[in-house]
Design a protein around this ligand. Sequence first.
Ligand code: ADP
Length: 406
Amino acid sequence: MPHPPTEEAHRLGATLQGLGANPDFGAPGFRILVFAPVGRTAELAKQALGRAGFACTVCAAMDEFCAAFREGAGAALLVEEALSSAASVRLLVDALTEQPVWSDCPVQVFVANSEKPSPPLATLARLCAGRSVLLLDRPVTPGSLISVMRAALQNRARQYALRDLLAQYDEARAEADSANRAKGEFLSVMSHELRTPLNAIGGYTELIEMGIRGPVTPEQRTDLERIRMSQKHLLGLVNEVLNYTKLETGTVEYDIADVPVREAFASAEALVMPQARAKGLELVIGETERAMAVRADADKLRQILVNLLTNAVKFTHPKGRIYLDCEREGECICFTVRDTGIGIPEDRLAAVFEPFVQVRSDLTRTQEGTGLGLAISRQLARGMGGNLVVVSAPGVGSTFTLKLPA
Ligand code: ADP
């Protein structure tokens, strides 16, 4: 069954239907160029079109016609005799194919027999296949000339409307890009500005703790410890925001090399094992072939694995298990970090990769975090030509799969 049309689709449909409605055919963009070098065709066509309210410019030579065409036209009218040489066909084809992407100016050519075109006409038809070039058999009555030209100008009006839409779209995109850049620069400057006083807080706390400012009571020592923990936490958050903005603004460089999977596993394990043990979790590292290697930036690969493993530790209850595995899949290496934790509801699976998203704020408030870890990890994975995805079931656990080129 087809889906019921959404409001958005209705709006788009209405916009498309309204494209080029009620154009003013007397406007300069709708002038009809006529080039008919023999007989009285040009004069008669100009009279008939003028009576119908169309603006008309008669050209005396092919290069004059092409120059006028490049300046802008609503439609064009030629006769077979204007295209009797290969040179004139080439001039016309050049002018037609130089049009911008949105433009396909309708061109009508009056011919003796459209089923048996002369060799130059056959060339024109071949080189302009897919464009609005129409061969019309003579004689053409004034009535059919006007109706053909009206249809051509209506078609042109839609092209103009499309051109205007594209310009609006380009403008909106440029504005969005510049707003995004400004946001990135703001965050980056803010993060730098925040780090300086945070480092000062850390430094002075240390001085006091060392007793340099005088004796410290046990109660004061406990308070100083809390200040230091908060300072470290805040500094961590600020650094994460800074890392994320660097990724967003594309200023991150990747040092890609063959990284042995075993080494990547060992360095991630060393960093995460203490947290897992402290929480009573078992960390199970899979066996890998000695020679297995992945094309990656070693530091960034470790950052992603540590991120995924730290999350698994955070969101798995004590006595749970966390598995780190790796296998080859065609031209790729797939790393999996699986846990037996709280899982992620299906309707939040895509959102966890968005910046600043945390599924359960009640839990994460006690668990620390910015909601940037997965956004950063996926950007890094993509930056190395791979991807990061997740499958999960609430109450059962989550599996994050990092795919990278082998
Ligand atoms: P943070 O961990 O700093 O909150 P992340 O971007 O790393 O940010 O994760 C975003 C959210 O995704 C987490 O707050 C959590 O709700 C959810 N999440 C991530 N990993 C897991 C996991 N292994 N199990 C359950 N939920 C997870």
